[in-house]
Write a protein of this length. Structure first.
Length: 226
């Protein structure tokens, strides 16, 4: 009996060790994606080959209004757009999110900051970072993007973009707020999930396709922003 228990304990310890090492390797692979492709806003210059600027959604607050973290992403994206005013902005998030319609709030905010509606494309089915990038490929036929989000999130976004054969660079928005330690801890697991998704590449629902060279379109679920 003792031999059996020792064998089980040894197996579990080995399995746990392998899982830990595997998780660390996956995290290293994903975190390495930034390389020389992540820029602070002050370092970024117009990107002549980019097709669009993509802002990844986050929670919204009652009002409705962007949460501080989402507002920082939007402010950074708007600053990048002002360097590249011919580029459209893809607002990608969850139109049915627990905190509200992320993409509608994002679009309203950008319009209030002076971005023409014709330059705003909305994807309300970007329910995760993977699906935001996958739908950029399937719905907008994107192959070259400028992705805007916080520094802890950006390597994962670029890793997923690369796995989907999207040539992407990232611009870091500020925002390491209260609760950031919890986000950093969750990001460890999110990187493992991203690595797995990059291998299996689940199918994403596609609308359109919409032409990023034309006027902005509203993808399903429809938004009512004005």
């Amino acid at each position: 009996m003792k031999h059996w228990l020792r064998a089980v304990a040894g197996f579990l310890a080995t399995a746990l060790g392998l899982a830990l090492v595997g998780g660390l390797v996956m995290n290293w692979i994903v975190k390495s994606s930034c390389g020389d492709k992540c820029y602070e806003l002050a370092e970024f210059s117009p990107a002549p080959d980019a097709q669009a600027i993509m802002v990844l959604g986050a929670a919204v607050y009652p009002g409705p209004r962007p949460s501080p973290m989402l507002q920082q992403r939007l402010d950074t994206a708007i600053a990048v757009w002002k360097m590249n005013p011919e580029l459209p902005i893809i607002m990608s998030g969850d139109a049915n999110g627990g905190s509200g319609n992320e993409t509608e709030v994002m679009a309203r905010y950008a319009v209030s900051a002076g971005v023409p509606k014709a330059r705003i494309f909305i994807d309300g089915k970007g329910v995760s970072t993977y699906y935001s990038l996958a739908r950029a490929v399937n719905t907008f036929k994107a192959t070259n993007l400028i992705v805007v989000t916080q520094d802890y999130h950006l390597p994962r976004a670029l890793y997923l973009a690369q796995s989907l054969r999207v040539d992407a660079v990232g611009v870091i928005s500020p925002g390491r707020e209260e609760g950031q330690l919890g986000r950093d801890i969750r990001e460890v697991g999110a990187r493992v999930k991203a690595w797995i998704y990059a291998q299996i590449q689940p199918q994403s629902e596609a609308d359109g396709p919409y032409d990023l060279r034309g006027d902005g379109q509203v993808t399903a679920p429809a938004s009512t922003y004005r």
